[in-house]
Design a protein around this ligand. Sequence first.
Ligand code: HXC
Ligand code: NAP
Length: 290
Amino acid sequence: MNINKMLPSDTFKNKVVLITGGGTGLGKSIGHHLLGLGAKLIITSRKKEVIEKTANEFNKEYPDSTLFVAGDVREIDDVENVINMGFVKFGKIDMLINNAAGNFISPTERLSTNAFSVIIDIVLKGTCNFTITLGKKWIKDKIDGNILNIATTYAMTGSGYVVPSAAAKGGVLTFTKSIAAEWAKYNIRCNAVAPGPFPTKGAWSRLVPPGFSKFIDLKKRVPLKRVGEHAELANLCSYLLSDYSAYITGEIITIDGGEWIYNAGQFSRLDKIPSKLWSLIEKTIRKKNK
Ligand code: HXC
Ligand code: NAP
């Protein structure tokens, strides 16, 4: 599919966006999309060499556009350092994308308490750490801020085998709505997106290991019969970060090709019934009506 940017190319002119986990996967794709709309970026994650490589690619295409600062979203000193370095480089930060995450599939009874905590700390506490640290600055300096949290669909439905992630992402959704309600008075918006399957190395290596597709084929669960394109998610994120969505806050927008609604609906799988059989079924039901 060839998906273009849906917003004007100067939408984020003079805007600075901080993206956690911005060196890889969806964070990288969203960042690249925002650069094409005029934004400056601060990208952060633990692996300095990874974000440095991404920043070099970005700066080659969009000169002096991207700052990388290594840090762990769980460590408040790192979080403060990333934000401070961003202010030193660009003089301000307008938007925050809480995208960093940790996850892997495992039966919950096999998890150590540390394994559970690590996921909660990266996903939920990491989101809170960045939001609260930057939010305090925005409130003090009377800056209109905008926060976008990257959740998942199972944050709403729950899911076995990714229980710490589901619990943490569920917390992120409640955090999103709560912060939106409280900080609207400061002109700070906070929304979330809930993506379905968008293939990335980070997610697929931990959630769909080799040979695993015989147990679960993510594409087959999607009624639109395909996984998501990164550009589709990036378009949605750019809309939620832009002034075009200025009246939207506290919302969670699902982008999953109908995956969760289809699999939740009791009768959705009746689409497997051939139309000839429907004639017989209809006849049988109509008979009962009489
Ligand atoms: C059981 C495991 C495990 C596994 C790690 N642990 N892997 N337990 N099964 N497969 C345990 C460890 O033994 C340890 O517990 C604890 O978890 C922490 O592991 P570390 O390796 O020390 O942690 P760390 O180096 O901080 O790495 C964090 C991580 C790793 C989450 C474990 O996977 C990571 O760095 N992930 C970042 C990227 C990522 O996950 N991306 C995917 C996002 S996809 P003990 O008790 O031994 O100390 C996503 C949604 C996708 O979020 C939805 C798709 C549809
Ligand atoms: P990814 O490439 O593995 O992205 C995760 C990023 O988080 C990495 O860049 C990683 O970098 C960073 N990170 C992990 N722990 C960190 C920590 N403690 N501190 C700072 N950064 C940390 O996977 P992805 O698929 O693009 O996922 C991006 C987001 O989309 C996540 O929030 C995920 O839950 C969400 N999501 C993905 C899908 C999908 O289908 N791909 C679906 C739904 C939701 P370092 O290792 O360098 O720290």
